[in-house]
Design a binder for this molecule. Structure first.
Ligand SMILES: Cc1cc2nc3c(=O)[nH]c(=O)nc-3n(C[C@H](O)[C@H](O)[C@H](O)COP(=O)(O)OP(=O)(O)OC[C@H]3O[C@@H](n4cnc5c(N)ncnc54)[C@H](O)[C@@H]3O)c2cc1C
Length: 493
């Protein structure tokens, strides 16, 4: 890489591009999206990753979360479309499943099964390896972008005022190598060492927020029987405020396969093998996932993952920020994956970076500080949604519910109870359910709750429902996909 990279730095600025070289650390989701943006501003974009990236939608060691179900929310898909026009068509062409919400979701929560009324928002279900491959293939088609696999980022060059490059280590340079760059972007994910690197340049400690409810995931990739083709996604969860949380989700992904993910917060032991996996699914508040699972063929072993705390680095608050350096994706903020927001926040952050560079130009002094503040603004909604719930699980680390938090949780519970009564007739309950779904998919701002239907439900909560219907709202076709005697069912409106 030495000779090629030095040549790149010598050749001067390409016509119409302000930067000679930009370097992106991490060729994951946020890193490749960032490279596509920087290619508009830099003659050469070098993306380094510690992994040797596969030539296809395949697993790799640097992305352990890819074994687990990922739902790409509507807001994330919109950011992707803005960054890489035509991206939604690529998702469809690759076999990703578009889930209309709540219609394509059988969701059981504390107030019963969610009614499957008309679409309020949507999400995309596909394996994480396929999603990253679609992004990678598309971005690497740009001749300005070059991938350097098997290379570890180890630190920054420069001083507290300006980052001038990055220190790398790879097979070629076991003793390290410095690569000069006009702009370095850290997209190394939740293990990012940027705070330490900045301290190494003489900058003050970066403030960090952390809330940890101890969530652990266990996932099994399976092939369902043919009769279950087109079956909706399933989500069964106990929710916060009622002891340790337990949940199970079926993600229908490309190739007619399912990722079945079970999870539990601190105090719950997650399965390690198949027999334990089946037992855990059966102990959920409803046997639907366990019943479906019993007819599936496993395609992998049980995979576990536990680095799931809500964690946010407050780069936006740094009083001094060096030119020539920015941080995006999970390296800035990541939240409990059960809410499914990481990809959308990461894509939104890269879009914010793109717009800031477009507006101010990439070489203006202070532009990277502006980027950090714009990226931070995009983390707020997901952070509030996740931490507002996670603080109510037992033995949470990092925060404890105040009286105001408890009151907010009670109001949120009232709204969920009202939403569970949606019936497709267009009344208050339908409006509340649609708003909650739009909030959950980051398609609406919390101010969307300030509407008459919500206020009526908060001021005059519905009388407690009789025992929620224990039967999932299945269509007759879905019912026939179940392996055993059909459950007592309620009709899908
Ligand atoms: C179990 C689990 C389930 C999830 N489910 C969802 C979901 O349903 N929906 C959703 O939207 N989000 C979900 N997320 C969040 C999502 O995975 C992240 O938000 C997303 O991966 C962020 O992308 P990123 O590019 O910032 O980081 P990553 O995807 O982690 O990429 C980081 C890259 O940096 C490389 N790297 C790391 N260190 C170095 C180094 N020193 N030098 C060189 N390269 C390095 C890695 O190899 C990797 O390629 C989930 C997360 C977890 C853990």
């Amino acid at each position: 890489m030495d000779s090629r990279s030095d040549r790149g730095m010598d050749r001067g600025t390409d016509r119409g591009k302000d930067l000679r070289r930009a370097v992106v650390l991490g060729a994951g989701f946020a890193g490749m999206l960032t490279a596509s943006v920087l290619a508009r501003h830099a003659a050469e974009v070098v993306v380094v990753d510690r992994d040797r990236l596969p030539a296809g939608p395949l697993a790799r060691p640097g992305l352990p979360q890819a074994h687990h179900g990922h739902l790409l929310m509507a807001s994330g898909a919109e950011s992707l479309e803005a960054l890489l026009p035509g991206f939604t068509d690529s998702l469809t062409a690759a076999g990703a499943r578009r889930l209309a919400l709540p219609g394509d979701l059988l969701s059981l929560g504390p107030h019963g099964w969610l009614p499957r009324i008309r679409e309020a928002s949507h999400g995309w279900c596909l394996s994480r390896d396929l999603l990253d491959w679609i992004v990678r293939e598309r971005v690497l088609a740009d001749p300005a972008v070059r991938l350097e696999p098997g290379v570890h980022a180890e630190g920054l060059c420069g001083d507290a005022r300006r980052v001038t490059g990055v220190r790398l280590r790879g097979d070629e340079w076991p003793d390290g190598h410095e690569l000069a760059a006009d702009l370095v972007v850290d997209a190394t994910g939740r293990g990012s060492r940027a705070p330490r690197w900045l301290a190494g340049l003489g900058l003050p400690e970066v403030a960090e927020e952390r809330v940890d409810c101890g969530l652990v995931y266990a996932t099994l990739l399976v092939r369902p029987p043919d009769r279950a083709a087109g079956f909706p996604s399933v989500s069964i969860q106990t929710g916060p405020g009622a002891g340790p949380g337990r949940a199970g989700v079926i993600f229908p992904i490309e190739g007619g396969r399912w990722l079945v993910t079970l999870s539990g917060t601190r105090g719950v032991e997650l399965p390690r093998d198949e027999p334990e996996f089946h037992a855990y699914a059966r102990a959920l508040p409803h046997p639907l996932i366990a019943d479906l699972l019993s007819a599936c063929r496993p395609l992998d072993r049980v995979r576990r993952y536990g680095n799931t705390a809500d964690r946010r680095r407050r780069y936006d608050r740094c009083r001094r920020w060096p030119d020539g350096f920015a941080v995006v994706g999970d390296a800035v903020a990541h939240t409990n994956p059960a809410y499914g927001h990481g990809l959308s926040v990461a894509a939104g952050g890269v879009l914010a970076l793109a717009r800031t560079l477009e507006r101010h130009g990439p070489d203006r002094a202070g532009v990277t500080g502006d980027i950090q503040r714009a990226v931070h603004r995009g983390t707020r909604a997901a952070w509030s949604l996740a931490t507002a719930q996670d603080i109510h699980y037992p033995d949470v680390v990092g925060a404890h519910p105040t009286r105001a938090d408890t009151l907010r949780a009670r109001l949120a519970d009232r709204l969920q109870a009202a939403a569970a009564r949606a019936d497709g007739t267009g009344g208050d309950a339908d409006a509340i359910l649609a708003t909650l779904i739009r909030l959950g998919t980051l398609k609406a701002h919390p101010t969307a709750l300030a509407r008459p239907a919500t206020l009526r439900a908060l001021l005059h909560p519905p009388t407690p429902a009789p025992t929620p219907d224990p039967a999932p709202p299945l269509t007759p076709t879905e019912q026939s996909a179940l392996p055993q005697a059909p459950h007592h069912t309620s009709p899908h409106p």
